[in-house]
Design a protein around this ligand. Structure first.
Ligand SMILES: C[S@@+](CC[C@H](N)C(=O)[O-])C[C@H]1O[C@@H](n2cnc3c(N)ncnc32)[C@H](O)[C@@H]1O
Length: 262
């Protein structure tokens, strides 16, 4: 009932998110606000849009890292970069980009491969708060040690610190990395395709969706890829067992890279 009401009032559709994690998150949200029942929460949310923002922030898990699962980026360099080198104007979509760490990682990789200038990266998310952070291009300085390690493991070939300047708290990416990135709001549940892409990266997002919603998202990705485009998923996600298995070929099983074939 709460999710139905939220959808009708605000257009946010969480009805097909995986039940157990959704349930846990809603209870946590209610507890934090000292709200005893879900019907009380529903009543409050419908009249307080600010509270709805808080619920979106709680339901969308935004944990991310630069060069997360470094082997994904290493294999991307080896197996996808040769394909992208042949394309005059590259379009990449990061769906569920969170605060942008994955997107800046991709911008760095493309820059090092001499492809950034001819690329445009669309980075989308449902959550306005993280999109705002992503546009700022800052990450907490304390995380840079781990990110530098990831960068090296991912096959990074330069001094990582040359991509940012630092103050006491933050690392701020150099503006040339932002030049070809478009950050925008897009909801994978309710919005349509908005372009045709050579590569779609959607990692650690559909893990929170039920099977029916995963199918919807695979269809969206299938329709949004060029004829021979690539799809990258998160380490615990797969197309296998979906009805799109035959439309994609596995390029790297471990790193969840797929190529559209039909
Ligand atoms: C765990 S983060 C993953 C971030 C990044 N892709 C990574 O792997 O590091 C999941 C992101 O998906 C976003 N998300 C959740 N539901 C979404 C939806 N329906 N449409 C678009 N983004 C969504 C969340 O807001 C969150 O920022």
């Amino acid at each position: 009932m709460l999710l139905e009401a939220v959808f009708r009032q605000y257009g946010y559709d969480f009805r097909d998110y995986a039940y157990s994690s959704l349930n846990r998150r809603i209870s946590y949200f209610a507890q934090r606000l000292n709200i005893a029942t879900i019907s009380e929460l529903q009543g409050k949310i419908l009249y307080e849009p600010k509270l709805m923002e808080g619920l979106v922030n709680t339901l969308s898990i935004t944990v991310t890292e630069m060069f997360r699962d470094p082997s994904f980026f290493e294999v991307f360099r080896k197996k996808i970069i040769p394909y992208l080198k042949e394309i005059p104007h590259i379009r990449i979509w990061h769906a569920g980009c969170s605060s942008g760490e994955e997107v800046y990682s991709m911008a760095i990789l493309l820059h090092e491969e001499g492809l950034y200038e001819k690329s445009i990266i669309y980075a989308t998310d449902i959550n306005e708060k993280v999109l705002k952070e992503a546009k700022e291009g800052k990450v907490p300085l304390k995380k840079m040690q781990q990110y530098t390690k990831n960068y090296i493991e991912a096959g990074g070939i330069k001094e990582f610190s040359k991509y940012y300047c630092a103050n006491e708290k933050c690392a701020i990416f150099h503006s040339f990395l932002q030049k070809n990135i478009v950050f925008a709001h897009h909801n994978l549940v309710t919005d349509q395709s908005f372009n045709e892409f050579h590569m779609i990266i959607c990692r650690n997002v559909i893990i929170y969706f039920n099977e029916q919603l995963k199918e919807r998202v695979f269809q969206l990705f299938y329709e949004s890829l060029t004829e021979d485009g690539y799809l990258g998923l998160g380490s615990k996600e797969s197309l296998i067992c979906s009805s799109y298995t035959d439309q994609f070929q596995e390029v790297d099983v471990q790193n969840k890279l797929f190529k559209k074939v039909t």
